[in-house]
Design a protein around this ligand. Structure first.
Ligand code: SF4
Length: 323
């Protein structure tokens, strides 16, 4: 692994919400992403985890410039891509690919796999004269028989479709892939196969990936580092082993306690999160987790904790760890 390929600084994405005031201005803002900073190293899988609605998918889409961030900066491969124009964005699309949650909806049902893949090669002017060979190589790489190529999407299972979508994203030899909940629509046994495939591709191709999931157990085995998001902010970030062995933030601890453990001796106490989740259009001034945190102190309701490094590479936003 070497230097950073992606650097995100103080990124925000606010959506207008609520009624307009007398001047026609939107009176409220939904703060989906609120001041997030992190980086991803070349050859690294960075897992981004949090409950649904925490802003992780919005963050991923901002990073890929599918939606415009409200403020902050995004650097990719040494360049500031925050405000690139349409022409530069087209070039960027080849370097940055995305895998969606539902593989069926991301493929054209009327086209065979060959037609879908040929279209990508044609648009990006790749593998001229050896298109069939290239398509065959990729299908083999993701564990599908070469004769899959003349079939339509409805002839495949969900797991096979996700393999096809992964192969399609690799056609352009991207530098970076954003995978948005790529296994959550699949059966548990198939999830494991796709995660193994992603792990294999990382080893063989040196893939760099932002892997978004709502479940900590999904990212555990493939991520190098993990960031945990809560209501638009990263509340804990660390190397995967450090995060799982020395969990600090009360929210991460709750997510961790929900992971099923097969060994009954290792079973810890399940943390049930009680209390209401604040609305992202009416956030509290203090810690956003205060209403659900069993360790909440007076200070937590007044002052928002910032993300601080408490041991090398381990960051947490919680007043319990303030020096
Ligand atoms: Fe809990 Fe306070 Fe830490 Fe927030 S800052 S997670 S309320 S202890």
């Amino acid at each position: 692994m070497s230097g950073d390929i992606l650097k995100v600084e103080e990124l925000t994405k606010y959506f207008p919400a609520g009624k307009r005031n007398l001047l026609g201005k939107q009176s409220q803002l939904l703060k989906a992403v609120d001041g997030v900073s992190f980086s991803i190293r070349k050859g690294e899988i960075f897992g981004l985890v949090g409950e649904s609605g925490c802003g992780k998918s919005t963050l991923g889409r901002c990073v890929l410039r599918i939606i415009e961030p409200t403020s902050g900066r995004i650097h990719f491969d040494g360049e500031d891509i925050t405000n690139v124009d349409a022409r530069q964005l087209k070039q960027l699309r080849r370097k940055m690919q995305m895998i969606f949650q539902n593989p069926y909806s991301s493929l054209n049902p009327r086209l065979t796999i060959r037609q879908t893949f040929m279209e990508v090669l044609r648009v990006h002017r790749l593998a001229a004269g050896r298109e069939s060979e290239r398509i065959g190589e990729l299908l083999e790489l993701v564990g599908l028989p070469k004769d899959s190529v003349d079939r339509h999407p409805h002839e495949f299972s969900g797991g096979q479709l996700q393999r096809i979508v992964i192969a399609r994203s690799l056609l352009v030899e991207p530098m970076f892939i954003m995978a948005d909940e790529p296994v959550s629509a699949l059966d548990v046994s198939v999830q494991a196969q796709i995660l193994n495939l992603i792990g294999k591709l990382k080893e063989e191709l040196g893939l760099t990936m932002l892997f978004v999931a709502h479940d900590l157990s999904v990212v555990e085995h493939i991520s190098d580092r993990v960031g945990v998001m809560y209501l638009g902010q990263i509340v804990e970030l660390a190397d995967v082993d450090e995060l799982y062995q020395h969990t600090l933030h009360p929210y991460t601890k709750a997510l961790m306690s929900a992971i099923p453990v097969p060994d009954p001796k290792r079973k810890g106490e399940k943390v049930i999160l009680e209390g209401d989740i604040p609305s992202p259009i009416d956030l509290p001034q203090g810690c956003r987790f205060a209403s659900r945190c069993s360790e909440c102190m007076d200070r937590c309701r007044m002052e928002m904790p910032s993300l601080k490094e408490v041991s090398p590479g381990h960051y947490v936003a919680c007043h319990l760890y303030d020096q």
